[in-house]
Design a protein around this ligand. Sequence first.
Ligand code: NAD
Length: 369
Amino acid sequence: MTKQPTCRIAVLPGDGIGVEVIAEAEKVLRAVGERFGRQFLLERALVGGAAMDATGEPLPESTLALCRSSDAVLFGAVGNPKYDDPRAKVRPEQALLGLRKSLGLFANLRPVWVHPALADISPLRPELVRGVDLVVVRELTGGIYFGQPRVEGSERAVDTMAYTRAEVERIAHVAFRLARGRRRKVTSVDKANVLACSRLWRSVVEEVARDYPDVQLEHLLVDAATMHLIKRPRDFDVLLTGNMFGDILSDETSVLTGSMGMLPSASLGTSPSASLGGGRFGLYEPIHGSAPDIAGKGIANPLAAILSVAMLLRHSLAMEAEARAVEAAVAAVLDAGHRTPDIAAPGQPTVTTQQMGALVVEALGVGRA
Ligand code: NAD
């Protein structure tokens, strides 16, 4: 049997339920390794409040160095009420911004998929959300969040917004390539009727679209997009947005599923991942935070973290079959009626975080070919 290359994965559990859900995600990764004969080297490092406790810094240099020498990063969540003073100079949450910036993570992918059995827990009517399957592709390192803020006394404040052709091109390519593996439709969101940046955005997206004649492109103004996402969420496949609009729209789409505990995300960088070719370095995390209200109780839903593992396999390690196996295992566990409390109907029996992880490992059929 040929020896498989070893994939190095930096594991940063962080704080609160981050630690609990990442423990289950690690079990799933090991099970994938066993079933598919893959070598994963999982190396842990401190981040967030846990790193501040140990070193005084939310993102120690040693953690960053580990991430830089890995193929991908699996991240839990950061945040601890004990460091919650908004005036504090150092906060756990700074770790995430530091990681994004230092690792050049420019493309944020947030898939939103509503499992048919969970349509009833959405705040929208089940018939509207049943079958929703979309991905928000958000530009993460440009736009107004990376402008030149200026405060002029107490009377005026200024933020600037800029996008370059190259920044729009690279995120548009991510969206179109992704659409090719899905339902071949990109909806680009902008405010081209008002903003110069949006007019550049729209014309560059149209140019990039010419390389993908098999993918349908539509444009939506951001104000209309917020409405259509609620009225007809099933019509969307890939939503391509700039930094600020994506920040807002990805939170809006995340409520369609009814629980934060179900939603994974990926933040992709510019460099290829080292070990296998075909993949791109990235950081993978559930979209939820450290949830201090339920931390330590063993009731957090680990499926967002486990589905983040599927994204890691797909985007950084180019292991599509393995990614699909994880997603199919999650679907099978939900089909069988297993629920953590956040996705359970009133009166429905529930499982713990660890039991949910074990059920996914079992559904992966470890040991079977
Ligand atoms: P949160 O996402 O931690 O929790 C919001 C609500 O959703 C809570 O009621 C929580 O119990 C529930 N929830 C979240 N994940 C769940 C899961 N997997 N299973 C079941 N229920 C789940 O957001 P918050 O309460 O606003 O923030 C708590 C801390 O997390 C803060 O310090 C915040 O800064 C931080 N935070 C970190 C990240 C990150 O690390 N990426 C993201 C958001 C918030």
